[in-house]
Design a protein around this ligand. Structure first.
Ligand code: GRF
Length: 204
């Protein structure tokens, strides 16, 4: 069994897409827990419906609050294979990144290294892309390192936005692609098909 944990702060549509692809295709992948920095959000609600364990980080007042050092021990004990950031808005502390080298991935709703970095999340990204006048945007799944949106790129998909009239339209088109790319990448990890050679990542 390949065990993943998903970190999310928002509506949780990527979490749903991951869950759905595992369930539709009976993959040997378990969503072991969902970690959030919110008291309530779509991702936590979905985890609750599916009986997935939930934990909270970042804010002591949250129910189920745990520290990042607790999470490190817990993930090691539970033999977590991959940590997936799917719309998690807080920066991951360095000690946590160091504890799981090349085991933490993030999905970003644009083509990195453009339109990334601090403050570039959610609609901020799509507004910046729209205002830039670019005709393509896309999705990036990358490793998490100590700098926002900076780790090695694992996979990308382009999205044609030449006909988009608003940033919201871009967001909608990009999100659909996110929902197939993230489950695809997770499955490749589970099949041991993600290989790193120097600064490039290959999916075999
Ligand atoms: C997605 O656009 C993802 O790329 C970004 O945050 C958003 C999360 O959406 N990092 P959801 O909560 O999965 O619906």
């Amino acid at each position: 069994m390949f065990r993943i944990c998903v970190f999310a702060s928002g509506r949780g549509s990527n979490l749903r897409a991951i869950w759905q692809s595992i369930s539709d295709r009976s993959l040997n992948i378990e969503i072991n827990c969902v970690v959030s920095d919110k008291a309530e959000c779509g991702a936590l609600e979905f985890a609750g419906q599916k009986g997935i364990k939930t934990l909270s980080v970042s804010r002591k007042e949250l129910p189920g609050f745990v520290s990042y050092s607790f999470l490190i021990d817990e993930f090691r004990r539970n033999k977590i294979d991959l940590i997936v950031l799917a719309g998690f808005l807080k920066k991951i502390p360095d000690e946590f990144v160091d504890a799981f080298p090349e085991k933490i991935i993030n999905i970003h709703p644009a083509l990195l290294p453009f339109f990334g970095g601090k403050g570039m999340y959610g609609m901020n990204v799509h507004k910046a892309v729209f205002e830039s006048g670019m005709k393509i945007s896309g999705v990036t799944v990358h490793f998490v390192d100590k700098i926002y949106d900076h780790g090695k790129i694992i996979a990308q998909r382009c999205v044609d936005i030449s006909a988009a009239g608003t940033a919201e339209e871009i967001a909608e088109k990009v999100l659909k692609v996110e929902h197939s790319l993230l489950p695809f990448v997770i499955e490749k990890f589970a099949d041991d098909k993600v290989k790193i050679k120097e600064n490039r990542v290959y999916i075999t």
